[in-house]
Design a protein around this ligand. Structure first.
Ligand code: G3P
Length: 217
């Protein structure tokens, strides 16, 4: 399973990249706003921090406008992945861009039938938003199960990128289902490293080690 960081905070991305476990980054207009930076400048910097795909989202709602913005965004770096919304114009743009060899992440997916359409449009990634699904009284992980089943039924190569992740259990459930990628805030990814018994174990070992009076090397 690939781990993407869902942020435009370059310090946090650089920190995660040092673990060697970061496979890519996703951004959206809200995350660009939070960064307080220019989209082109910050996306270029992020693309230099990971070899993996970096999703940059178009904001035009019509096909021509999306293609125009995608043309600007994809010139930033070879690892830019154009993010388009799951609308008719978004999927038209997805088809055109992927046919031309550009990576595309189709975002704001809330149903399995939408995910089927995105796969038919040749999407590189489909982004179902599990957290927002849960927030609205639906079961986000049921959606991931349905998409996995449908993609496997037909051998679609579109990667299931589980987005809008709120906590470590979402990551665990996505892995159980066999999702290809999760994108999560850095705090959630860092939280996966933690376990109270790991900390307690280290504390106990160090206490006993100190009493041996030894040093390694
Ligand atoms: O990047 C898309 C998605 O991960 C947004 O998450 O927390 O705003 O629902 P959230």
């Amino acid at each position: 399973m690939k781990f993407f960081a869902d942020t435009a905070d370059t310090a946090e991305i650089a920190d995660l990249a040092q673990t060697g476990l970061l496979d890519g980054v996703t951004t959206n207009p809200s995350l660009i706003k939070k960064s307080g930076r220019d989209i082109i400048e910050v996306t270029r910097e992020i693309c230099g921090l990971t070899h993996g795909p970096v999703s940059a989202e178009v904001v035009a709602l019509d096909h021509a406008g999306m293609m125009k913005e995608a043309e600007i965004l994809r010139k930033i770096a070879d690892n830019v992945c154009i993010k388009v919304p799951l609308t008719i114009d978004g999927l038209k743009s997805c088809k055109a861009l992927t046919s031309d060899g550009t990576m595309v992440n189709v975002t704001l997916c809330f149903s399995a039938s939408q995910a089927l359409l995105a796969a038919k449009a040749g999407a590189s990634f489909i982004s179902p938003f599990v957290g927002r699904h849960d927030d609205n009284g639906f079961d986000g992980m049921n959606l991931i199960e349905d998409i996995r089943l449908i993609y496997d039924n037909y051998g679609f190569e579109t990667e299931i990128l589980v987005a809008s992740i709120r906590h470590g259990i979402h990551v665990l459930e996505a892995a159980r289902i066999g999702a290809d990628v999760i994108t999560a805030p850095p705090s959630v990814i860092k939280g996966l490293f933690k376990h109270v018994l790991t900390d307690k174990g280290i504390e106990g070992f160090l206490k006993d080690w100190a009493e041996t009076g030894q040093a390694i090397g």
